[in-house]
Write a protein that binds this ligand. Structure first.
Ligand code: GCV
Length: 707
């Protein structure tokens, strides 16, 4: 009896040790539980040869050791004899068709039942990426005996942007505080940094901006540069370069210069010296990301200079060290009463061709600000002589924050596949940012605002990890489908059992449209809560600037709803090519996803469904809510196939999501009804509370604000 008790206690301990808390992300490496699959891999992978012995190769060796040992319950032997190895990782500097980071995987038959896998890359980082690819194949139970793959990244810069402050508060962060503990650096290298680098390398992310674009000049002081060096040293073997945000007023703040005017020789010298100081510490430092003259950040316009003057001055400072400047196009002026949609284009389009060749312009996916659904930004395709990077947002500032399951890959794909028609049909956004459309093959890329914090599972919501994963995978291969990404992530993160994979991926793939429908259907945008951006607040009308207020964006009145951006309105549509305009210019034929982005539509307007606009709005909001109920049902299918811990977490979060979806529907419709004066459709769910109740809600401690 006593022994039985002790045995149970030990079992419990073991279970606790292996509790699925989400920390391992998609790199779980648990033993394959299908015996046939297991023995297939066990027989195929016994000995591994790795030609190089660089720090990156050591990382590769460790990852292969851990991965194979975990998945196959069989430790691989690392041999020095390539002839006897089952997997041969070797460098081929002359490999044709390979970029600097790419790799090939080829299976070669040796006997009827034996084969070898030959991995080739120009550099050790390519071998590391190939190692992760092989481990992914094993985790997702794919055959490896007839491989013939060439894999080169679609984009050369694949960068995470952390909006992390030095005090560890994360702006728009919903997963705890920053993983970067500046206080303990440089002496203390947290295991988190290593696991962060592993996770990024496993999906091909090759850069990280570790500080907020709302910048703090302190990061450029020597003490903080030493801390940054420690991070850069830790990340280097994983192929990850460190970048910093540069506050334009840093010369004044740090060294009391009288000005930060980019044309002032002293200022130029200051930045040149700063660049030299940084590169002496971090020879492969990536460069600076800059938010200038935007939302209160200083910039060249403070001195009547242009964005190009500012960017070029910094570009000249880092050029001798092969550094780059990523200059953000997220600007809207304090004084211009112009439609905010149009301002970035108006500001930057005339500057096309005037940037140094080590400057990239970083443009958000849409013209306003990471709204649930935006048309693509009109700058994509409009600046042929300037490399344009896209900025996406993983952290779900406007997409349900940390309580909602929203798989963002379909949104990313929607933008990547959008056709700018800049050089005729097929001038997709993907072809702009991968440099192929305008021949920017050397310098191109995509960034994403990170959704990572120090929560045990990194991202807060267990499914938010999928967005980090999707970003890396799509930046490596813009052609991957959302379905392929959801499937491989699910297999690695939860289970390879087909019914479980089917339910979970269905839930993920429906989640983006569901969220758009219950928050901002038919092209509504920017109707969320003030400041914390949490929940609906279409009535918001009290902030200092008109274009911070929801009423500015939906323009609901007794006649109808929506922002007229046609020629009779602000004419923002004119910023797109004629072919794009054709899709959106006529309210009768406009793609209804974007209708209220471009048109003020009467409440009785006949929609394609035959319903009036008011009724369609009601249906769409409710469809979104119903879709969440379907997600809940799909999640129940997973119950017996995955661990109880994450099942329960997601079950609770889906229940919050449903409450929040109903809240969005009811609050928005009750408010819009005060203009439409139309009844809800017959049998429509009755709102739970009154409009006054929804308007009274306050969330003073909602996470993620700007401090
Ligand atoms: C980092 C939005 C966010 C801000 C963010 C800004 C930006 O306005 O709400 O928190 O600031 O975008 O992208 O610079």
């Amino acid at each position: 009896m006593k022994y039985k008790y002790i045995f149970l206690l030990i079992l419990l301990q073991i279970q606790l040790l292996y509790a699925e808390n989400g920390y391992r992300l998609w790199l779980r490496y648990d033993k394959i539980n299908n015996n046939k699959t297991l023995s297939y891999y066990q027989n195929s992978i016994k000995k591994i040869f790795i030609e190089t012995s660089t720090p990156t190769s050591k990382v590769l060796k460790e990852e292969m050791r851990n991965g194979i040992t975990g998945l196959l319950h069989q430790s691989p032997i690392f041999t020095n004899d390539r002839l006897e190895a089952d997997i041969i990782f070797s460098i081929n500097t002359k490999a044709k068709n390979l970029s600097e980071e790419g790799f090939t995987l080829q299976s070669k038959k040796i006997t009827k039942n034996r084969f070898k896998i030959i991995v080739n890359a120009k550099k050790d980082i390519g071998l590391l990426y190939a190692g992760f690819e092989l481990l992914r194949m094993i985790q997702t139970a794919q055959k490896i005996d007839s491989l013939n793959t060439i894999s080169n990244p679609s984009l050369s810069l694949r960068i995470l942007n952390h909006w992390d402050n030095l005090n560890r508060h994360v702006e728009r962060g919903y997963a705890g505080i920053s993983i970067f503990n500046w206080h303990n650096l440089p002496a203390y290298i947290d295991q988190r940094y290593i696991d962060y680098a592993r996770a990024n390398a496993s999906i091909g992310i090759n850069g990280t901006v570790v500080t907020n674009v709302n910048a703090n000049a302190t990061i450029l002081t020597h003490a903080y540069l030493l801390k940054t060096k420690a991070l850069a040293d830790a990340f280097r073997p994983y192929g990850i370069k460190v970048y910093l945000t540069a506050k334009f007023s840093a010369p004044i703040e740090i060294d009391h210069l009288k000005t930060a005017d980019p044309l002032n020789p002293e200022v130029q010298k200051w930045w040149q010296n700063k660049a030299k100081e940084i590169y002496e510490l971090i020879p492969d430092f990536g460069g600076f990301l800059v938010k200038a003259n935007s939302e209160g950040q200083p910039g060249p316009q403070n001195y009547n200079r242009t964005h190009a003057d500012g960017a070029n001055m910094l570009a000249d400072a880092v050029a001798p060290f092969k550094g780059i400047i990523i200059w953000r196009a997220f600007v809207y002026s304090n004084d211009t009463p112009e439609d905010r949609f149009k301002q970035a284009y108006n500001e930057f389009k005339p500057l096309d061709g005037s940037f140094r060749n080590n400057v990239l312009l970083q443009v958000k996916n849409g013209p306003i600000d990471f709204q649930p659904r935006e048309p693509f930004h009109p700058l994509f395709g409009a600046m042929p002589n300037t490399p344009i990077m896209m900025e996406l947002q993983l952290t779900q500032e406007y997409l349900g924050q940390a309580t909602q399951l929203v798989f963002e890959a379909p949104m990313f794909k929607e933008i990547l596949n959008a056709d700018t028609y800049a050089k005729g049909a097929n001038s997709t956004v993907a072809s702009v940012i991968d440099g192929s459309l305008f021949n920017h093959k050397a310098l191109n890329g995509c960034s994403s605002v990170a959704n990572i914090g120090n929560d045990i599972n990194w991202c807060g919501h267990p499914f938010a990890q999928a967005n980090w994963y999707a970003f890396g995978r799509l930046a490596w291969n813009t052609n991957l489908s959302s379905e392929a990404i959801a499937t491989e992530w699910t297999k690695q993160t939860f289970s390879t059992a087909p019914p479980i994979v089917a339910s979970i991926t269905k839930m993920m793939l429906n989640s983006y449209d569901a969220m758009v429908e219950y928050m901002t259907p038919l092209g509504l945008h920017h109707i969320m809560g003030n400041n914390n951006h949490y929940g609906p607040m279409p009535w918001g009308n009290t902030l200092a600037r008109a274009d911070w207020n929801p009423v500015y964006y939906h323009k609901a009145d007794s006649m109808g709803i929506g922002f007229n951006r046609t020629v009779s309105g602000t004419n923002a549509l004119d910023q797109y090519s004629k072919q794009v305009q054709k899709n959106w210019i006529d309210s009768n034929s406009c793609d209804e996803k974007y209708l209220l982005w471009f048109h003020h539509i009467s409440w009785n307007h006949r929609m394609k469904s035959g319903r009036t606009l008011w009724n369609e709005l009601c249906f769409k909001y409710n469809d979104g809510v119903e879709a969440v109920k379907k997600m809940q049902a799909l999640w129940q299918h997973a119950q017996n196939g995955i661990d109880a811990e994450r099942f329960h977490q997601v079950e609770q979060l889906l229940s919050i999501q449903l409450t929040e979806a109903e809240w969005w529907r009811d609050a928005c419709l009750l408010y819009f009804q005060t203009f439409s004066k139309e009844p809800f459709p017959i049998n429509y769910p009755k709102p739970k509370y009154s409009l006054a109740y929804y308007q009274s809600l306050q969330f003073p401690y909602a996470p993620g604000g700007g401090q």
